[in-house]
Design a protein around this ligand. Structure first.
Ligand SMILES: Nc1ncnc2c1ncn2[C@@H]1O[C@H](COP(=O)(O)OP(=O)(O)OP(=O)(O)O)[C@@H](O)[C@H]1O
Ligand SMILES: [Mg+2]
Length: 511
């Protein structure tokens, strides 16, 4: 292998899925060593590029070299042999298996001699995880881990096999705060030891912090490869979406009197593992933010409000009346009209084998039936209009949800609650994995939704979203409300201090 050969060299690569051209004559060189960002809108072709390098997909045409040598990556094993390891966007851990079994897949030792090797492998996995600062018990089933822990194991597994090239497909869309710092440090360490890293993200600060070069794809085409130092954030955003955005967040209403009656309330609510006595009201026309570091009770709160988790104590109110939801179906009934965008869209939000259109109309399909028969015209019109609102290509109507890029799956999940004509939306980190342009559209959509009389309970792991998008923010710490902020008192610092447990559960309310 030539010393100066690029880690990855692709020439004139094309890859289509039926009529969709995912990669359109792409030629890119990724230098050896260093951390390379791969950027682009939802559906731009990033994951397809990663899957070609991982041996999961074959290109239709074009050639590929790894460290200067022609490479035929016909299978994941072939990619592994070339020194390529991947942490995938839609994680590939098997949830019924333990962390240990997953770490060893697909090379787990078997048979009698395998038993001894397995003991050794177990030790080696434990010390590997420890060296990465991961304390997860290797005998736990992956299904018991939260999304962030799973993501870290997915990454740890790729690193375990000592890759020369490490591909990270949107690892931070499921990580926040300290875990993002953890990844940054891990990447820096691997890079210093000579690993070449390709890192996909939708967040500019991470590109600045972790990456020295970047490549932008748009509509499957290669737009630019450059040093990060040579471009401004605005230039990058413009190249990603092909236009500039003047203003990321839409304006908020001037005063708190713009809000109506309470539509959703909780009183001393205790639920799930963490939520420990929370009271608040969400008012009509309001975007109420729920802030908190991971695992502070926000998930319990969203699940309890939507009838997914049993309530241990306290009350839930809709329109001032006490309600008790035995299941999400009851929360979705027309007089309640709640909708939840869940944390893990892959397992909770969508049926990947059904079309985007079917997924979108599923929660309220009875609304489109007459005498037991679905009225396709009525259903189609409602879904088409929801898809247009979230800027989703109309092909999503008949294409299986599983064939959509990660961000576009998220859009289908959002469209579902627009079709359902929900009036109270519970949005749990809705912009996770969504590209910069669509994020902006989603912020506008949220503001339009509440201006038209809806209400939104909104959790985000991106603090600036809470600051700029919410009318009021409740900060959770250890399952309780540690601070309430509104109007001009909402700032990153004002959120972070109580989120970290500082500030003596002080309540600050601006007039
Ligand atoms: N298995 C498949 N079948 C059909 N179409 C597919 C398949 N995989 C990807 N596509 C299409 O190829 C295009 C590129 O998808 P890809 O997953 O590479 O996007 P991406 O850049 O990773 O987007 P995101 O940021 O949302 O993850 C999209 O239009 C997508 O719908
Ligand atoms: Mg992707």
């Amino acid at each position: 292998m030539a010393a100066s050969a690029p880690a990855v060299e692709v020439d004139n690569i094309c890859k289509a899925f039926g009529p969709t051209v995912a990669l359109d004559d792409v030629s890119v060189r990724i230098a050896a060593g260093g951390v390379h960002a791969l950027l682009g809108e939802n559906g731009a072709g990033k994951s397809t590029f990663v899957k070609l390098l991982s041996g999961l997909l074959r290109p239709d045409s074009g050639s590929l070299k790894i460290f200067g040598e022609d490479a035929d990556l016909a299978s994941p094993r072939a990619a592994h042999r070339t020194g390529i390891q991947t942490a995938f966007q839609e994680m590939t851990l098997v949830s019924d298996l333990t962390v240990l079994d997953n770490m060893l897949l697909p090379y787990a030792p078997a048979g009698l001699s395998g038993l001894i090797q397995r003991k050794k492998a177990r030790q080696s996995v434990i010390s590997h995880l420890t060296s990465l600062g991961i304390s997860t018990d290797v005998d736990r089933n992956v299904s018991e881990l939260d999304l962030a822990e799973r993501q870290k194991i997915e990454i740890a597994r790729a690193i375990y096999r000592n890759p020369k090239i490490l591909l990270l497909d949107e690892p931070t869309s499921t990580l926040a705060g300290k875990d993002v710092d953890w990844l940054g440090e891990t990447i820096a360490r691997l890079s210093a030891a000579g690993t070449s890293i390709v890192f996909i993200t939708h967040r500019m600060p991470e590109v600045r912090e972790f990456c020295d070069t970047l490549t932008i794809l748009r509509n499957g085409q290669h737009i630019v490869t450059t040093s990060t130092a040579d471009v401004t954030d605005d230039e990058v955003v413009e190249k990603i979406i092909g236009r500039s955005i003047d203003q990321t967040f839409p304006p908020k209403p001037e005063s708190a009197t713009a809000f109506g009656e309470p539509v959703l309330g909780v009183r001393n609510l205790k639920a799930g593992r963490k939520l420990d006595g929370v009271s608040f009201d969400l008012r009509q026309g309001e975007i109420l933010g729920i802030a908190g570091l991971q695992g502070m009770g926000q998930l319990d709160l969203f699940h309890a409000c939507f009838g997914m988790d049993e309530i241990a104590a306290g009350q839930t109110l809709v329109d001032g009346q006490e309600v008790w939801f035995g299941s999400p179906t009851e929360a979705m009934r027309p007089n309640m009209a709640l909708g939840l965008l869940p944390e893990d869209r892959k397992t909770e939000g969508l049926f990947l084998k059904l079309s985007g259109g079917q997924n979108a109309s599923l929660p309220v399909v009875q609304r489109f039936t007459r005498h037991g028969l679905i009225q396709p015209a009525k259903e189609g019109a409602a879904v088409r209009s929801a898809f247009a609102s979230v800027q989703l290509d109309q092909r999503a109507m008949w294409t299986a949800a599983g064939a959509f890029s990660g961000g576009n799956q998220q859009k289908i999940a959002i469209a579902k609650w627009l079709v359902a004509e929900s009036r109270i939306l519970l949005l749990f980190d809705p912009t996770r994995g969504i590209d910069v342009g669509t994020k902006h559209e989603l912020y506008v959509l949220m503001r339009d939704f509440v201006s038209a009389g809806g209400s939104i309970l909104f959790h985000s792991t991106e603090i600036p979203e809470l600051v700029h998008q919410c009318d009021r923010v409740l900060v959770l710490y250890n399952g309780r409300i540690a601070a309430e902020l509104s109007g001009k008192s909402i700032s990153e610092n004002a959120i972070m201090a109580p989120a970290l447990g500082h500030g003596n559960a002080q309540t600050e309310i601006a007039s």
